[in-house]
Design a protein around this ligand. Structure first.
Ligand code: GCB
Length: 602
């Protein structure tokens, strides 16, 4: 029976809206603002609110007490109670927790400041300041003027600074607040570290007066000889844009309408399709008003047919693993291309063709690396566990994070699945929330699949039947579930007794299974935390999943041990979730080789 779902109309909420995101920033004319920034830790938000708790932002005449004014003492009677230039420095990009011992557990406000000179390269040019991500709320000010606010810790945003930028002595101040909140996305409760700070690159982008801000150049979902998409200029202008793919002798001219928008629609022949075996990327050149830049784009189709996932007309099994955006050997957020290369080296060694980037959008280096290395990607937004489903602004926040993710990554061939949520409990409000997100995703990009990490339900007298009872299963393209059989649910030998009863005619991927193990701790199969226990659990689980007819892929939990404040057991966890196949020091546990062997034989 089809379930009718009432879609509520939710209007966009100003605070979160970020529709003017510039994509493919690595190909633009940019100046990095990465480096050492001064910072002030401000748990009472003294630099933001006055003593009546009125934000300085609301003052008509700016107060020099507001930290974003970066005020300097002008004479001996001048009382200024902060001084960025005499405050400590911190690296950007980078989380503060791993850089400063006293900020290890800190959740709250930290002010960042950098000063710089800037020479514009063209008189008519425009400039934007771009942040790869700031966790979680960023209030951004240039030269004492507010540029705007961004909410959400894992997606990029930019503000125009053309009119404020000077040749000398600019100061950019960012108030970063990573306090968790019940109505935020994610909410209060997660099983990962709430790394605070300016965690990704910061740069100034310089563009012509009008420029190509956004575009989608991808194969049509149902026709692998047709490129479809759009070009969006930043300003309204009816003009020509040229799309060139020299290797394929393609040079297409599209005409933008009065709103600067053009549809892209052209035939393409003799393509080498992108796949894990042949991650072919074409250089695509976009030209508008004599100004050009390039992207490296792969072409492939992905769809489902019955219970199969079909890549370029062939069924494919997703041999994957989950991953947090963390560089464990240094106990910090991953933030560079070098980090991405190390993580993908491990994925390749394990024999993966697929990765689940949990539980929020990872940095763009990861998607670029996935494109180059032929690893298909599941990308998700941090709608995790107990979100405030009924709260409109929570929805708007989630939707905005989704929109920013799709906007940034829709030209990456590796990206095949958008996930709407992880382990969320059934309710009408949750169904409405997730369905709205799914509709929004399809409206923006119908060339990829939609999923969510769902929960399973136990049935039968002995509760050994596993099934999905979830109306959101009707909405997704691929069913996925997390299942900790042998860890949170019984012993590993229970796996052999499980019966599957999944009624939907859709492919199924196991989005998580696993067990904790401390590298170097040995025991028998039944000794919890031993490498042997984890390896045995993998063996039993893999056999159990082999009996699931619709099985189209696996992404066990997880490639590398990761930091979590929930994991406090001394001598075993010490602040780390130990379900990694690789330890926090980079050592491979026995289960790594079990999965590697299973993937070799698939
Ligand atoms: C889960 C969550 C994941 C946790 C994992 C665990 O189901 O999705 O975020 O870290 O279990 O280790 O318990």
């Amino acid at each position: 029976m089809r379930i009718l779902i009432l879609i509520s109309i939710i209007t966009s909420f100003q605070l979160f809206s970020q529709t003017n995101l510039i994509i493919n920033t690595e190909a633009r004319n940019t100046t990095s603002l990465n480096g050492s920034w001064h910072y002030i830790v401000d748990p009472y938000e003294n630099g933001y609110y006055d003593y009546r708790y009125t934000p300085f932002d609301h003052y008509k005449i700016p107060s020099r007490g507001a930290y974003y004014m970066n005020a300097k003492k002008q004479n001996k009677s001048d009382r200024i109670e902060y001084n960025f230039d005499k405050s400590d420095v911190i690296s950007v990009p980078g989380d503060w927790n791993s850089q400063k011992e006293n900020l290890f557990y800190y959740e709250g406000t930290v002010w960042y400041k950098t000063s710089f000179d800037y020479k514009k390269t063209g008189a008519q040019n425009r400039q934007f300041v771009y942040f790869g991500a700031v966790n979680y709320i960023a209030e951004v000010y240039l030269n004492g003027k507010k540029l705007g606010t961004h909410v959400g810790g894992f997606t990029p945003f930019n503000f125009e600074i053309t009119d404020l930028l000077k040749e000398k002595d600019n100061f950019l101040v960012v108030k970063v607040d990573n306090k968790r909140a019940a109505d935020a996305v994610p909410t209060l409760n997660t099983d990962w570290w709430n790394y605070g700070g300016i965690t990704r690159d910061v740069k100034i982008i310089e563009t012509p007066a009008n420029f190509i801000r956004d575009y989608k150049i991808q194969l049509d979902k149902n026709n692998n000889k047709l490129v479809k998409g759009f070009i969006q200029l930043d300003n309204n202008e009816a003009t020509d844009v040229t799309i060139q793919i020299d290797e394929l002798n393609i040079s297409e001219i599209v005409k933008t309408d009065n709103s600067g928008y053009a549809e892209v629609n052209f035939g393409i022949n003799n393509l080498e399709y992108w796949s894990p075996e042949n991650p072919k990327l074409y250089t695509v050149k976009l030209t508008h008003n004599n100004s050009s830049f390039k992207d490296h784009i792969g072409f492939r189709t992905i769809k489902v047919e019955g219970t199969k996932v079909i890549l370029n007309d062939e069924p494919i099994f997703l041999k994957g693993i989950c991953l947090h955006e963390e560089f464990a050997p240094e106990g910090r957020r991953a933030n560079s291309e070098k980090d991405a290369i190390q993580l993908f080296d491990w994925l390749k060694e394990l024999g993966c063709n697929y990765v689940r980037l949990a539980h929020y959008p990872h940095n763009e280096y990861m998607l670029r690396e996935a494109d180059r290395r032929g690893i298909m990607v599941w990308e998700e937004i941090p709608v995790y566990w107990t979100i405030a489903w009924k709260n409109k602004s929570t929805y708007n926040n989630a939707e905005n994070q989704l929109v920013e993710t799709v906007t940034r990554d829709k030209n990456r061939a590796s990206l095949i699945i958008y996930s709407m949520a992880n382990e969320t409990p059934n309710s009408d409000a949750r169904l409405r929330f997730l369905t709205n997100l799914a509709y929004k995703t399809r409206e923006m990009d119908d060339t990829r699949l939609i999923s969510a990490a769902l929960e399973l339900h136990a049935q039968g007298k002995e509760r050994l039947i596993r099934t999905i009872v979830d109306p959101f299963a009707e909405v997704v393209d691929i069913l996925s579930f997390n299942l900790y059989l042998g860890w949170y649910d019984g012993r590993p030998d229970k796996c052999s007794k499980i019966e599957w009863k999944i009624k939907y005619n859709k492919p199924v991927t196991v989005s998580e299974f696993g067990a904790g193990a401390k590298y170097g701790f040995h025991g028998d199969n039944e000794t919890v935390w031993s490498e042997e226990f984890q390896a045995h659990l993998y063996e039993e689980n893999l056999k159990m999943f082999d009996r699931l007819d619709q099985l189209a892929g696996l992404s066990p939990w997880i490639l590398v041990d990761f930091r979590s404040p929930r994991r406090v057991l001394p001598e075993i966890q010490d602040g780390w979730n130990r379900k990694g196949l690789i330890s926090d020091k980079g050592e491979k546990k026995e289960a790594f080789y079990i999965l590697q062997k299973a993937y070799k034989n698939k």
